[in-house]
Design a binder for this molecule. Structure first.
Ligand SMILES: Cc1cc2nc3c(=O)[nH]c(=O)nc-3n(C[C@H](O)[C@H](O)[C@H](O)COP(=O)(O)O)c2cc1C
Length: 370
């Protein structure tokens, strides 16, 4: 399928796969789509190793990198963990006791400090430097306009910058800041989302940004949804959730089982993992933070990320051992399409199925106009 953006990026099928898992990125790219590796989980050295691994497997086919860049890249690194109030540490300890998860002493907060450092000022710079050393075809940024340094460095390397948006105003701001591709992401998406649905957002963004190509994201997991997004004016689709139940995915087995069983009502937009509203599986973790009378309420980003990621590592390990309280708490980011995900398939099969469903959907529409 040809769109201007697909041609420009040298991709056969404009299906973009956001994933934190290198295996998914390589599999989708090799199947004719465009894998985009989420870099947030990695240190610069780890990212370098992951991208080298991908380079060795994709034979020069195009792929990209996504960095969770804060609005500005500057400032010294501070010990953010010191700003976590005792009330929040105590609440995590209380949840561990209530759900029978082996005690947390607060050390997991400390161990998550480096992780959060990557979404604070200086953290993103090192990741961008590493990404630009590899033959990437796109660099994406979430959480606000790409900083001028990022745009300038990407331009030097001839690499287009994509930016995720949840409103028309954000799209205009991103274009003004130099974004070359806009990913219009509806509220049904997994991860950080706004409040507007994909069906409503995409045509408005397409109209607002003129010549700048738009990818549709949020709620797209099969070829019918892809055809609908293209009908709205998108030049391709950007999917995240659909890869989480693939064979290759990084999703922890206990959480994958929850996803396969979940309906589209089983997600919630909650601040309890990162401090910003992010769609994820509903679990005891989201319900306790968001509704329990003793909850101190989530902190902002990145402090809540420190609180949550450390605790989630411990909860995840206990859930894998089958501890029932930990299974209740465990969750992960996923969108409303989780209700469609009921089998484990290789990522390449997901791509091929979407291509064929897309062709069927377009043919069905064509017949309607005969
Ligand atoms: C597990 C998960 C983690 C995500 N993390 C990020 C991220 O770090 N950076 C980002 O730009 N988008 C992130 N997203 C959002 C995706 O890029 C994408 O926009 C979204 O998944 C599309 O909607 P869908 O989940 O309905 O496919 C994440 C999504 C998921 C499901």
């Amino acid at each position: 399928m040809r769109t201007e953006l697909a041609d420009r990026l040298g991709v056969e099928f404009p299906l973009f796969a956001f994933s934190h898992c290198r295996d998914v990125v390589a599999a989708v790219t090799n199947a004719g789509g465009f894998g985009v590796l989420g870099a947030i989980a990695y240190s610069p050295a780890e990212l370098d190793a992951e991208l080298s691994w991908i380079d060795e497997r994709v034979g020069g086919r195009p792929y990209g990198v996504d960095v969770l860049v804060p609005g500005k890249i500057e400032g010294p690194r501070v010990d953010v963990a010191a700003f976590i109030p005792d009330r929040h540490r105590d609440f995590v300890a209380h949840l561990f006791r209530k759900y029978g998860v082996a005690a947390g002493s607060g050390r997991e907060i400390r161990s998550a400090d480096e992780f959060a450092g990557r979404v604070t000022a200086a953290g993103a710079t090192g990741l961008i430097d590493v990404a630009l050393k590899h033959p990437i075809g796109l660099i994406a940024s979430a959480l606000g306009p790409p900083p001028p340094e990022m745009v300038a460095r990407a331009r030097e390397h001839g690499i287009p910058v994509a930016a995720l948006v949840g409103t028309v105003e954000h799209a205009r701001r991103q274009v003004a800041a130099g974004a070359d591709v806009i990913v219009a992401q509806g509220t049904e998406a997994g991860g950080h989302t706004g409040e507007i649905s994909t069906m409503v957002l995409v045509p408005q963004v397409v109209d607002a940004v003129g010549e700048v190509p738009v990818l549709a994201a949020g709620g797209i997991a099969d070829g019918r949804q892809m055809a609908a997004a293209m009908a709205l004016g998108a030049q391709g689709v950007w999917c995240g959730s659909v890869w989480l139940t693939t064979e290759e995915a990084e999703t922890a087995p206990a959480v994958k089982r929850k996803m396969l069983a979940a309906s589209s009502l089983d997600t919630v937009r909650s601040r309890s993992r990162t401090g910003k509203p992010a769609r994820q599986l509903k679990s005891a973790w989201t319900e306790e933070w968001d509704a329990a009378p003793e909850s101190p309420g989530p902190l902002g980003m990145p402090l809540q990320m420190l609180v949550a990621e450390g605790a989630m590592a411990r909860i995840g390990a206990a859930a894998e051992r089958g501890e029932p309280g930990a299974v209740e708490l465990a969750n992960y980011f996923v969108g409303q399409v989780v209700g469609q995900l009921d089998q484990v398939r290789p990522a390449r099969e997901v791509v091929y199925a979407m291509v064929s469903e897309f062709a069927d959907a377009v043919e069905r529409l064509r017949r309607l106009s005969e």
